[in-house]
Design a protein. Structure first.
Length: 496
């Protein structure tokens, strides 16, 4: 894969990752070999049979105009048991966010961050004040409804948005908390609950507040069909609100804003309810398996998620942009680095939940780039000396016996070509007095003294004694960890 051509595309955009098609064109003939952990699709739906049927009707779908949005909306509402007067369908949830901002947000909007970028970018593009409440990393980025209400009041915000589950961390408020928040913010011009990923939650249908939204004068619930059905390219989503609010948005939408693919899929759904439900169960199962697999990587923190993605913090010294570039260029694995998300940094990745074989490819690639070897399975044959690991040593583990000096992390601006062409990187000698503390908490002590080189700056670390069995990851990572007060986080990051 032409690494420099492909990865340069990420530096050409400031808001989102380049599209899969843009990456494919830049990668040339090997585009199909990219394993995508960036775009949060449902890998199990539509079924192969549905794709075959869509392919068989491709000429018809592309040739003719779709039916009116009212016709397509009526069929969707029949399937979901909704009143069409309370629903507006858009060409993707982003189109609906745009019209919500233009029609219903007057002067200011409050939103917790990090979150979906259009909820911060869209109002700012139209001159609104966006009040952003930073979600605390110490609580696993969990949103506390009462804290958000206090923030809204302190800022005087006139509209508010909550994503449930939140993107990128997958944090979920239960139904009672959302209803309490809506009660306390009943006097605002507008409150939006973005449930775009709620179908993937363990108890998603019973968590939704869509039925309550139709009874409230200032509430909109937003849903995304493209994410649920694994069809981002079709571009369709919908909102649920009381008839007056839904009608205002519906009246502003362009005629024929829904395409023939969207119509065809909506009219196929009634025949495939069981397959769709099974696809959601499989994603939930894969999320648990993928969480466990990634949690085995030393120094990596996996936050609890109820979406079809996982938010992870990289080990100390790892730069997400460098990791993203090398995973793509050297291993054909595409990940979402979160340095351009407000409230996040390049220390974090959002990784889409995928089936086990793809996860194994991801984990193996991350181990090679981060540590220079497999660390969660019996090591393979020795790697060529030309392969340069991203981290100087494996956090919480002894270095390989043959490796006497740790190579430094490559600068973020550089990009390694495929492994066979990489020149050996000489070790750096660093004086102890040049240690510079980092804002991020260092890894806790787990053994003998050692030195970790992070982005060219040495950090004091500790490595276990050779021959001593490494403890479980959570215990090794969190010796001295103080309970966050959030049970879900503490289960993944237990105390000593």
């Amino acid at each position: 894969m032409a690494g420099s051509d492909v990865t340069a595309l990420f530096r050409a955009t400031t808001a989102h990752s380049p599209s899969y098609f843009t990456l494919g064109r830049a990668a040339g003939a090997r585009a199909g070999e990219i394993v995508d952990f960036c775009i949060p699709c449902n890998p199990y739906f539509p079924t192969p049979d549905m794709f075959d049927r869509l392919g068989g009707r491709l000429r018809e779908i592309l040739t003719y105009y779709p039916s009116s949005a009212d016709t397509i909306t009526a069929e969707l509402c029949r399937l979901l048991d909704l009143n069409p007067q309370t629903v507006a369908m858009g060409n993707g949830s982003t189109e609906l966010i745009t019209w919500i901002d233009h029609l219903l947000v007057r002067e200011s909007l409050a939103v917790p961050v990090p979150t979906f970028g259009r909820w911060t970018d869209q109002p700012m593009e139209t001159g609104k004040r966006v009040d952003m409440m930073l979600l605390p990393e110490a609580r696993g980025f969990a949103l506390e409804a009462a804290s958000f209400v206090r923030f809204v009041r302190s800022r005087g915000s006139r509209a508010a948005v909550v994503c449930n589950p939140n993107n990128p961390d997958g944090g979920l408020l239960d139904r009672g908390e959302v209803l309490s928040l809506l009660d306390q913010l009943h006097d605002l011009d507008l409150v939006v609950v973005d449930e775009s990923f709620l179908e993937f939650a363990d108890d998603g249908p019973r968590t939704s507040v869509a039925q309550e939204a139709v009874l409230r004068p200032n509430v909109i619930v937003l849903r995304s069909l493209g994410k649920n059905f694994g069809l981002h390219g079709v571009r369709f989503g919908y909102l649920v609100a009381n008839p007056q609010l839904a009608g205002r948005v519906r009246a502003a939408l362009p005629k024929w804003n829904l395409n023939s693919f969207a119509e065809t899929v909506v009219f196929m759904l009634g025949e495939h309810r069981q397959e769709y439900a099974e696809s959601l169960r499989r994603v939930c199962r894969d999320r648990g398996d993928m969480t466990a697999r990634l949690s085995g990587l030393p120094g990596l923190t996996v936050y609890p998620s109820q979406g079809n993605f996982l938010y992870v913090r990289l080990p100390e010294g790892a730069d997400g942009a460098v990791l993203r570039d090398r995973l793509l260029a050297e291993h054909g694995v595409l990940v979402r680095e979160c340095g351009n998300k407000i409230g996040s940094s390049s220390r974090f990745l959002r990784l889409v939940v995928r089936p086990e074989p793809d996860v194994e490819r991801l984990v193996g690639a991350m181990e090679q780039v981060l540590y220079g070897r497999r660390v969660t399975a019996p090591p393979p044959a020795p790697e060529p000396a030309a392969v340069r690991p991203m981290l100087a040593s494996v956090p919480g583990a002894a270095p390989p016996a043959a490796r006497h000096a740790a190579p430094a992390l490559r600068p973020a601006q550089s990009l390694a070509p495929p492994a066979a062409a990489v020149e050996p990187f000489p070790p750096r000698a660093v004086a102890p007095e040049s240690v510079v503390p980092r804002a991020a908490a260092p890894l806790p002590p787990t053994g003998l003294e050692g030195t970790v080189v992070a982005a060219g700056v040495p950090l004091e670390g500790r490595l276990p004694e050779p021959g001593v069995q490494r403890p479980g990851l959570a215990r090794a990572m969190t010796a001295g960890y103080t309970s966050s007060g959030t049970p879900a986080v503490d289960r993944l990051i237990p105390g000593p």
